[in-house]
Write a protein that binds this ligand. Structure first.
Ligand code: GRF
Length: 198
């Protein structure tokens, strides 16, 4: 049965925010049956903040060093999520491991996008490491988030060929394009198919 209720999403991002923008626009255009009520960002200078403002999405920007520990800043995030009635969390280039405070508050309701075909190339600089390793293809993974580094259950993957004449820059560009398409497709599915998913 299609769930007619729009889901309320928070997107967590630390950087440029191209995935944030793709997902937020798809929600605003009605492609994904959800609305983005909040950006959570740990980098006050990140470009994603101005993207959020342009799309009229409220940013919650924090600095880790203002808090005693991970539990304290995650409690502050959680207060924002609860205050905005968020029921699903989308990580889009959020450069921190999600801790138990948030994982326990949102079980199976936090997803991430990673630029490799997991379990290959988890962690940082995945596109560069795949490119330099000489493999013929890499790809994109969307997965649920658990306490590990890019280890949660995989929801969807899409391969991206590395052509002989690709440079790191051209590969990165192809990868980002595929990320934007795949993340929108996956979130569209999660928000429409089953009431208990998104
Ligand atoms: C993306 O490659 C995503 O897969 C990874 O971080 C990058 C974020 O890019 N987790 P952007 O800020 O969405 O442009």
């Amino acid at each position: 049965m299609v769930n007619q209720m729009k889901k309320n999403i928070a997107i967590f991002a630390s950087g440029t925010g191209s995935n944030f923008q793709a997902v937020a626009k798809a929600c605003q255009e009605g492609i994904i049956n959800a609305w983005v009520s909040l950006l959570v960002c740990d980098q006050p200078e990140a470009l994603v903040i101005s993207k959020a403002k342009k799309l009229k999405i409220e940013p919650f920007v924090f600095t880790v060093k203002d808090y005693q520990n991970k539990e304290a800043y995650e409690e502050a995030i959680l207060a924002q999520l609860k205050g905005n009635h968020v029921d699903f969390v989308v990580l889009a280039g959020y450069m921190r491991l999600v801790g138990s405070t948030l994982l326990e508050a949102y079980p199976n309701k936090i997803v991430n996008i990673h630029p490799s075909l997991l379990p290959e190339f988890p962690g940082m600089n995945s596109i560069k490491r795949a490119f330099e390793s000489g493999v013929g293809e890499t790809g994109i993974t969307v997965h649920y988030v658990d306490s590990g580094i890019d280890t949660g259950p995989i929801i969807a993957q899409r391969a991206v060929r590395i052509d002989e004449n690709d440079t790191l820059e051209s590969l990165e560009e192809k990868m980002h394009q595929v990320e934007h398409e795949l993340y929108v497709e996956v979130l569209k599915g999660l928000c429409e198919d089953k009431e208990d998913e998104c």
